[in-house]
Design a protein around this ligand. Sequence first.
Ligand SMILES: *Cc1c(COP(=O)(O)O)cnc(C)c1O
Length: 241
Amino acid sequence: MEAPSSERKAEIAKNLFEVNAIIKGKKQQRSSLEDARLVAVSKYKPASDIQAAYESGQRHFGENYVQELCEKAPVLPKDIQWHFTGRLQSNKCKILVAIPNLWAVETIDSATKAQKLDEAWKSTGHARQLNVYVQVNTSKEENKGGVEKHAVEDVVRTINETCKNLRMLGLMTIGSIEGSHQRPNPDFLALVELRDGLKAKLGVELELSMGMSDDFDHALELGSSNVRVGSKIFGSRPPKD
Ligand SMILES: *Cc1c(COP(=O)(O)O)cnc(C)c1O
């Protein structure tokens, strides 16, 4: 891997500083005393950009493609905490869990896939559990991944009761483009409501993974505990993603 240039390092450090300042500034508005977790989404960006962000102190990174993650992870520091944020295919679970510092899979979209991932993680012999989020299709769009709202309870229950190698961390949504322009964002509200309902019904405490570059500040106001920010840190990506 090529070392990041000093210009690029300075640029990424400045962007990270600004994003982190917003996260810290929103803390007073949330009941939790902890800062939300910042996941730097680095898809399509070179490993040198990730290295630059790492050198500024960033540790959680998100990738959307298994192959891209498998190429980057081995050439980057081993204490990076990787989040898989792309569409999960059953036949890729084995390859994904081979990444030793995989920290979370944010895109569980069925009970069957959770069980596949559970089996795969078990076979690696890790002592720790793999964190997972159930992705919710809050906007009911056909082309969006995720579990329909009414089916989320069943998936959460299955993970809690049968997937001993997974840790049920929370709910995740991407949300629709239209919703992202509304305040409050209806997709974020739907995720909050779902989380509250599951707490009342099952007694489970779930985190919320919501908010991207254009709306993470708003997501934090609604109680997001995990924001996924790409272009605000690394600059724009080629279109079509
Ligand atoms: C690409 C992506 C992000 C980051 O998007 P930005 O708008 O660049 O911040 C966040 N979450 C998921 C699931 C993504 O695919």
